[in-house]
Design a protein around this ligand. Structure first.
Ligand code: 13P
Length: 250
């Protein structure tokens, strides 16, 4: 049985004081869950979030990293730097980075390899646009993105990669994929992993759904056979709402 992993992606929101307050409020609300709880916060919140989440079951992640370990890359942060302050997770290849910051399947693959080098756990995002979906290309797109992201990884690394299926048309729009649709897309991703790395590995990979997840739809989504939790944007900014998503099974 795969565990459920519920991760918040704060995107470019929350000042340090707000981060500390949110985590302090969230801590008692999620302390009894058996689900894994992660908050991926802006770089400027990382240190505060890590300190505030110490001795809790809340894990902290970053939202991006560079694939080189150091050098003349003004404005970038490396996996080595994240690891040095005890960050555990890192989102890689979010559609907003692919769309606005020229992230490609190639840089995604390099970043995942670098994340493993520094013992960070990558949360890798894949997902189709509305246009691709309407053209009947969704499955091709998401399975190809998955294949290219994981290229050259060992089976063990693949098993330790979290994949977040986030249809772009469902992000921040209030539109959610139906639970059947999301489950089917995730099955296609798992089938592709099985084709390349074998069924045993594929069955171990955590594949989340992301895109307008909230407390009112979390239960239906996370109860599907192949959806192993969620990557939550807007609804992860408030402790009470996010705790209800984490506690969807209570
Ligand atoms: P929303 O939950 O705000 O739609 O964002 C989803 C997302 O992009 C999480 O990474």
């Amino acid at each position: 049985m795969r565990r459920k992993v519920i991760a918040g992606n704060w995107k470019m929101n929350m000042l340090p004081g707000e981060a500390i307050e949110m985590i302090n409020e969230l801590t008692p609300l999620v302390k009894d869950t058996k689900n894994e709880v992660i908050l991926c916060v802006p770089y400027t919140d990382l240190f505060y979030a890590l300190l505030t989440a110490q001795n809790t079951n809340i894990k902290i992640g970053a939202q991006n990293m560079h694939f080189e370990e150091s050098g003349a890359y003004t404005g970038e942060v490396s996996g080595k730097m994240l690891k040095a302050i005890n960050v555990e997770y890192v989102i890689i290849g979010h559609s907003e980075r692919r769309q606005y910051f020229a992230e490609t399947d190639e840089t995604v693959n390099k970043k995942i390899k670098s994340a493993f080098k520094y013992d960070l756990k990558p949360i890798v995002c894949v997902g189709e646009t509305l246009e691709q979906r309407e053209a009947g290309k969704a499955v091709d797109i998401i399975t190809k993105q998955t294949e290219l992201a994981l290229q050259g990884l060992s089976n063990e690394q693949v098993e330790n990669t979290i994949i977040a299926y986030e249809p772009i048309w469902a992000i921040g729009t209030g539109k959610t994929a139906t639970s059947e649709d999301a489950n089917n897309s995730i099955k296609e991703i798992r089938n592709k992993i099985s084709e390349i790395y074998g069924e045993e590995t594929a069955q171990k990979v955590i594949i989340q759904y992301g895109g307008s997840v909230k407390s009112s739809n979390a239960k239906e989504l996370f109860n599907m056979s192949d959806i192993d939790g969620g990557l939550v944007g807007g609804a992860s900014l408030k402790a009470e709402e996010f705790s209800k998503i984490v506690n969807y099974d209570k």
